[in-house]
Design a protein around this ligand. Structure first.
Ligand SMILES: Nc1ncnc2c1ncn2[C@@H]1O[C@H](COP(=O)(O)OP(=O)(O)OP(=O)(O)O)[C@@H](O)[C@H]1O
Ligand SMILES: [Mg+2]
Length: 324
């Protein structure tokens, strides 16, 4: 078996004069959950579109499941399943009809096609909804149906571009459970993009992308070790103490309630802070590095911005785009 599911070498992509991907290199081992994490406009969708042969790179090469995406796009396409960022179901059709159409496009014979449609609908717990019109489905049900559709032709690699945006926490967790089970049971390789940092904690490899460049690629624990910083959370005894701390240590951030958080990467500064204020604190707690702090220290800013929040709200409200 090929040990490498995806290889990307020096891939570059432009939209007009704008560079969306800048010499991207990455390797995804077979059977891994590889998470591409980055803010809006980082280039995640552009990269996924290149890997699923919808867009040609302007430079570099990419190989998926042993097939070069430029030289052998049809072979590459047969090995992959895709869940696009924006919904691409036909909501006038039933769940079954959406899958049936996909199976026909992939040239699946009637018997295995029908058997697989039932299997994948059961997998995503939509068996009872098989013959219902998709228009009546919730956002989470639609997303699950899209995952079922992507799995129908038994791909070796599954691409999911922001599969859980706008879904409630319980549905998001269930979607990750299906994908984990599939990876364990069938050796499926999964590449996801997301900006929910908590969702990549369990990925085998997290790849951080920003402004079209890969800025880090490693297992989550390794990223935290290499780039994360600890935070010191304290509760000052009174407002005067809090004010004094903020004056002396401007890097302190106010938490909800009366707490303050200080970056605790530099031991000398942390020691100096504690020596000066220990007696005026009612609580002191160190927090280990998180992936959020990794992102912050690599890019100098937080991952989520207001535009993201608005977009999530739009998705949750069902205002999806129609891009295919
Ligand atoms: N069709 C297009 N025409 C022009 N520019 C585009 C087009 N699609 C993407 N871009 C630009 O290319 C860059 C990368 O976009 P891309 O959609 O790949 O980012 P992304 O990481 O998927 O973002 P998001 O998290 O918002 O989905 C952005 O600056 C974007 O504005
Ligand atoms: Mg995108």
């Amino acid at each position: 078996m090929n040990e490498t599911a995806i290889t990307v070498h020096d891939v570059t992509a432009h939209y007009g004069s704008k560079k969306a991907l800048d010499q991207v290199n990455l390797t995804v081992p077979t059977g891994a959950h590889f998470a591409l994490l980055g803010p809006n406009g980082a280039g995640k969708t552009t990269l996924v579109n290149i890997l699923c042969t919808l867009r040609r790179p302007d430079g570099g090469t990419a190989v998926v499941a042993g097939a070069d995406v430029i030289a052998r796009p049809t072979q590459a396409r047969r090995s992959i399943g895709v869940v696009f960022q924006d919904s691409s179901l036909d909501d006038r059709l039933t769940a079954w009809e959406n899958l049936e159409f996909h199976g026909l496009v992939y040239g699946m014979a009637a018997k295995p096609r029908r058997a697989m449609i039932s299997t994948v609908l059961e997998l995503v717990e939509l068996g009872d909804w098989t013959h219902e019109i998709v228009r009546t489905f919730s956002g989470g049900m639609r997303r699950r149906l899209e995952i079922a559709r992507a799995l129908l032709h038994r791909p070796k690699i599954l691409f999911l571009d922001e599969p859980t945006v706008g879904l409630d926490a319980q549905t998001r967790q269930r979607i990750w459970q299906y994908l984990d089970r599939l990876r364990r049971e069938s050796g499926l390789t999964v590449l996801t993009t997301t900006h929910y940092i908590e969702e990549v904690e369990n990925a085998d490899i997290v790849c951080i992308i920003d402004h079209g460049r890969i800025i880090a690629e490693a297992p989550p624990e390794q990223l935290k070790k290499d780039h994360g910083i600890r935070w010191l959370h304290v509760v000052p005894q009174d407002a005067t103490a809090a004010e004094a701390i903020v004056q002396r240590f401007p890097q302190a951030q106010r938490l909800s309630g009366t707490g303050l958080a200080l970056p605790a990467g530099d031991d000398d500064r942390t020691d100096a802070f504690l020596a000066e204020f220990r007696d005026r604190l009612s609580e002191i707690r160190f927090h280990p590095p998180t992936l959020e702090s990794v992102f912050l220290s690599l890019t100098g800013r937080e991952l989520r911005d207001r535009a993201d929040g608005q977009r999530d709200a739009d998705r949750a409200a069902g205002r999806r785009g129609g891009r295919r």
